[in-house]
Design a protein around this ligand. Structure first.
Ligand SMILES: C[S@@+](CC[C@H](N)C(=O)[O-])C[C@H]1O[C@@H](n2cnc3c(N)ncnc32)[C@H](O)[C@@H]1O
Length: 164
């Protein structure tokens, strides 16, 4: 298949300079504040975004290199198929995070619960709408079997380690 290329529409700023100091998901990043600086050319597209409490950010995991198709995820000790995980090293290094939208000021979005590195290139913004999932029951595979306490513990451990 032909390659597809995207141009970033902005930059995500966060307090996190190294991968290991970065929370693994917004759930484990409560209170971590950041900013999206959208390229001025797209600012008009932010009209009405302030009505949403959460937005989905789609971004390029720009410091991710390579991938393996079987990985031991952060929240587990067993190997899992890459596509059953949210691991950052992937054939297409695309990340998605549902973050809290605190306010919009011109082309700047003030956000919270950020789990990406400072300087991450932004590809898209979409409003988060819980109801769009529909009524089919949600099954969360191996992640649903990780106990809440264990997940919190593992996320926390990693968050407090120094980077490689
Ligand atoms: C488990 S991934 C989840 C990212 C996103 N929430 C998702 O599910 O697609 C989060 C981890 O990716 C790494 N990471 C975050 N931003 C990155 C970036 N711009 N480049 C490379 N790695 C990044 C950090 O180690 C962070 O803890």
């Amino acid at each position: 298949m032909d390659a597809i290329s995207y141009r970033p529409i902005g930059i995500i700023h966060t307090p996190f300079a190294t991968p290991k100091a970065t929370p693994i998901q917004p759930k484990y990043a409560e209170g971590a504040k950041g900013r999206v600086v959208l390229d001025q050319a797209y600012a008009e597209g932010l009209a009405d975004v302030d009505g949403f409490s959460h937005i989905t950010l789609v971004y390029h995991l720009h410091r991710s290199e390579g991938y393996k198709l079987k990985v031991v995820p952060y929240l587990d000790t067993e190997e899992r198929g890459l596509f059953a995980t949210r691991a950052p090293r992937r054939p297409n290094a695309i990340g998605i995070s549902v973050v809290v939208l605190e306010r919009v000021e011109g082309n700047v979005l003030h956000i919270a619960n950020v789990d990406m590195l400072d300087g991450t290139p932004l590809l898209d913004i979409k409003p988060y709408v819980e109801g769009f999932v529909g009524d089919t029951p949600v099954h969360t595979g191996w992640i649903g079997r990780v106990s809440h306490e264990r997940a919190e513990g593992r996320a926390d451990d990693r968050f407090h380690k120094e980077d490689d």
